[in-house]
Write a protein that binds this ligand. Structure first.
Ligand SMILES: Cc1cc2nc3c(=O)[nH]c(=O)nc-3n(C[C@H](O)[C@H](O)[C@H](O)COP(=O)(O)OP(=O)(O)OC[C@H]3O[C@@H](n4cnc5c(N)ncnc54)[C@H](O)[C@@H]3O)c2cc1C
Length: 209
């Protein structure tokens, strides 16, 4: 017997003996399902614009689409303002034309230079043009008075009666005639599958979504 064959044989035998002596072999049991497929119910909802995700991006997508006249619905696997990366963001930059020495164009050029061109200059320019107005809206909603964002984020959503479906994980985008026509997912709290139909779907699911 070669040294290699011996190691394999003794390793395997000792391994099995160890599992037996720990009682692990008898601990393995069938993984029985807790949810019966027949008990699953379905819920359908419809909107013009479906916003998926309830962090900073989802908040503004929902509010702005609503204010532009769309019937909006928001869905998130977590709670509004309390899921994704948004709860970690504590510092906010706003470009203020009154105090800023650089014009929006110069600002964009400077940011692009220090970012070695890895930024999207269109977004950077949008940041210069719109960030102060967004920060002022956040201030009005009580964002800076609380460490928790759920309350501040709720203000504009409830004021506008935007339906919010929380704790539903979206797993599929629904396609119709080659276009996205909604999304589907499951509830974390009950045996329900959600079908959300929409004319437009905005994915605000964050960096990991
Ligand atoms: C430690 C830390 C500190 C930071 N500090 C700052 C800072 O000081 N200033 C700053 O500007 N930025 C900061 N950032 C970055 C900032 O937090 C993010 O860029 C920003 O919050 C992203 O917002 P978002 O809405 O795009 O995504 P997220 O906040 O990540 O929101 C994603 C949303 O999508 C939902 N979602 C994801 N997948 C699904 C799915 N399948 N179905 C349903 N819902 C789903 C999540 O539940 C969540 O509601 C920081 C980030 C971290 C991690």
């Amino acid at each position: 017997m070669t040294r290699r064959q011996f190691t394999i044989l003794t390793g395997g035998t000792l391994g099995l003996a160890a599992i037996g002596s720990w009682g692990l072999a008898s601990a393995f049991k069938e993984n029985k399902r807790e949810v019966e497929p027949d008990d699953i119910s379905y819920q359908e909802n419809e909107a013009d614009v479906l916003v998926i995700g309830s962090g900073m991006a989802g908040l503004f997508a929902a509010v702005k689409a609503h204010d532009a006249g769309a019937k909006v619905m928001m869905v998130s696997k977590g709670r509004l303002g309390s899921s994704g990366l948004t709860p970690f963001a504590k510092g906010i930059f706003a470009y203020d034309a009154k105090t800023e020495k650089l014009s929006p164009e110069e600002f964009t050029e400077m940011v692009s230079r220090s970012a070695l061109g890895t930024n999207n200059p269109v977004y950077t320019q949008q940041l210069a043009e719109h960030s102060l107005a967004r920060v002022n809206e956040l201030r009005e909603w009580g964002f800076f008075e609380s460490n928790l964002y759920n309350k501040a984020f709720n203000k504009p959503i409830t004021e506008r009666n935007i339906p919010l479906v929380e704790r539903v994980v979206i797993t599929h985008l629904i396609k119709e005639n080659g276009k996205i026509a909604g999304a589907a997912g499951f509830s974390l709290d009950n045996q329900k599958i959600h079908f959300l139909k929409a004319k437009a779907v905005i994915l605000c699911t964050g960096a990991g979504g």
